[in-house]
Design a binder for this molecule. Structure first.
Ligand code: HEM
Length: 484
């Protein structure tokens, strides 16, 4: 007799024999498609992709109950044949299977940035790099996205390797960017789904995914450079006694390392900047978009800064606790457009029965973070950018903190949270204190309203948009110029 499952599978689109739901899989904005499916199938949706079970979680409650509360069994990652094995990303933390190497890498990261306290030593550097950012924006206001990227790269390369980024055309930043663009492409949902099924390697080239086969070799070379070149730089600096304090130099200076330990540190450092370079970029660019579209919010934020910090100096990390509206604004940035709308996929390590449904071992679990953060039951008028939702007022309690979801779940939740928080807060507060962000104008005087569209990708960015960025006053301009 056939062995019976202890409970029914969760509901979901029916699919076809053998291939299951492969043809149902969205190729663009999957978070919106999964949200729509949620209206029909509910909070938990089951998909079968050529026999590979996959579950999409569409509610906060499901994601927390499964991925957070049952973290000991929901913390593996899927096998990414293309990205992980062929393109070489498999040895970096985000792809590691749940086990000893994973725990060791998380421990190393936690030591450096696991708490707000551990971040303190890096705050002067974050502040300094953000000052440089202000100066660059003043000179090139039309290049803001590129400047955000440059700054994020500078912060993370400094923290990981003690590497001071050059003003222009820095080859290390270019390398990180290239690798991250490739990372984003290769981990798109339809990419990794195809990757999960080696038999799809044989499909014709029009099939999404086949393209990745050709690209894998090229991507692997970029990745190898990204993991080794900055590490070699720090090693040389340490040998010459000239190293700036950093994640890598601290480990190299304090210990006599075996080859294997060295490799672990090399990969943990690479994880720092793979996780940290692109993500905060999306958040800070989203911030500029929101400020352009919501002038009232910008005005409120500037009033708070003027009242608390004044106009004689720039905000500093020490002001964070005293700027609740800016704190709420940063939360709203994370909510309004989550950097990772589907987070990263988890994989179930043993059979589970949840909420009356059978979830087989090996199921890939996707949390629809975008939908969770736009659920009308938790967030009123979810498409509107409104920091007030996170402030308490008489008779009104704040809405749920989006960081519970936007940084992922359980033992896989983002290890870079404290750095992200520090970087995003500093950028928002400093920019608001000295710049005014408004809609751009065409040559004929008509106003350009950005469309607030977001790109596909594991890390999703706002579509490039135009806005006008000017100093708030001549005093603000002088303040920017005096900062370094
Ligand atoms: C706004 C900024 C950021 C957001 C929204 C964000 C969000 C996330 C999310 C959703 C995940 C997946 C968690 C899961 O699987 O459940 C993740 C993982 C990760 N993040 Fe971040 N992140 C941010 C910044 C950073 C920074 C600055 C770093 C590095 C310093 C970083 C390093 C990582 C790493 C290494 C992982 C993989 C963790 C693992 O697989 O165990 N992230 N992040």
């Amino acid at each position: 007799a056939q062995k019976r499952s202890p409970a029914p599978l969760p509901p979901g689109p029916k699919g076809w024999p053998i291939i299951g739901n492969v043809l149902d899989m969205p190729t663009t904005k999957p978070w919106l498609v999964f949200t729509k499916w949620g209206e029909r199938w509910g909070h938990i949706i089951y998909l079968n992709l050529l026999g590979q079970p996959m579950v999409v979680l569409n509610s906060a409650n499901m994601a927390v109950e499964m991925l957070d509360k049952k973290s000991s069994i929901y913390s593996d990652r899927p096998i990414f044949t293309m990205a992980g094995e062929l393109a070489g990303w498999g040895s970096l933390i985000a792809f590691l299977h749940y086990g000893d190497s994973f725990r060791e890498a998380r421990r190393l990261l936690h030591q450096v940035m696991g708490t707000k306290k551990s971040m303190e030593v890096f705050m002067p550097m974050v502040e300094h790099q953000t000052h440089r950012f202000l100066n660059r924006v003043l000179s090139h206001p039309d290049n803001v996205q590129e400047l955000i990227r440059w700054t994020a790269g500078a912060i993370i390369l400094n923290l990981a390797y003690g590497y001071e980024v050059k003003e222009d055309n820095d080859e290390m930043v270019a390398l990180v960017d290239k690798a991250m663009q490739q990372f984003s492409i290769i981990t798109r949902p339809n990419a990794f789904l195809v990757d999960a099924f080696p038999m799809l390697r044989h499909v014709p080239s029009w099939f999404p995914g086949a393209n990745f086969k050709r690209l894998a070799t090229e991507y692997k070379k970029t990745l190898t450079d990204m993991v080794t070149l900055p590490f070699v730089y720090t090693k040389r600096q340490v040998a010459a006694g000239a190293a700036q304090p950093s994640f890598v130099s601290t480990h190299l200076e304090n210990n006599q390392l075996t080859k294997e330990q060295e490799a672990t540190i090399q990969r943990a450092a690479a994880a720092l900047y793979t996780g940290g370079s692109d993500t905060t970029v999306s958040s800070i660019y989203t911030f500029f978009l929101a400020m352009c579209l919501y002038p009232e919010v910008q005005k409120n934020a500037q009033e708070e800064i003027d009242a608390v910090v004044g106009t004689d100096r720039l905000p500093s990390p020490a002001d964070r606790e005293r700027l609740p509206y800016i704190g709420a604004l940063v939360k709203e940035v994370y909510r309004w457009h989550p950097v990772g709308p589907l987070g990263l996929p988890h994989r179930l390590m043993e059979n589970d029965v949840h909420d009356g449904y059978f979830i087989p071992k090996g199921t890939i679990i996707i949390a629809n973070i975008w939908n969770i953060l736009h659920d009308e039951n938790s967030y009123k008028n979810p498409m509107v950018f409104d920091p007030e939702r996170f402030l308490s007022a008489p008779g009104k309690s704040p809405e749920q903190d989006p960081r519970t979801f936007s940084f992922g779940f359980g033992r896989r939740s983002c290890p870079g949270l404290n750095l992200a928080e520090a970087s995003v807060f500093m950028s928002c507060a400093m920019v608001l204190s000295v710049f005014s962000i408004t809609k751009a104008m065409n040559a004929d005087g008509s106003v350009v309203t950005p469309s607030a569209e977001f790109e596909d990708g594991t890390v999703s960015h706002p579509k490039p948009f135009r806005c006008s960025i000017k100093p708030r006053s001549s005093k603000a301009e002088a303040l920017i110029r005096s900062a370094e």
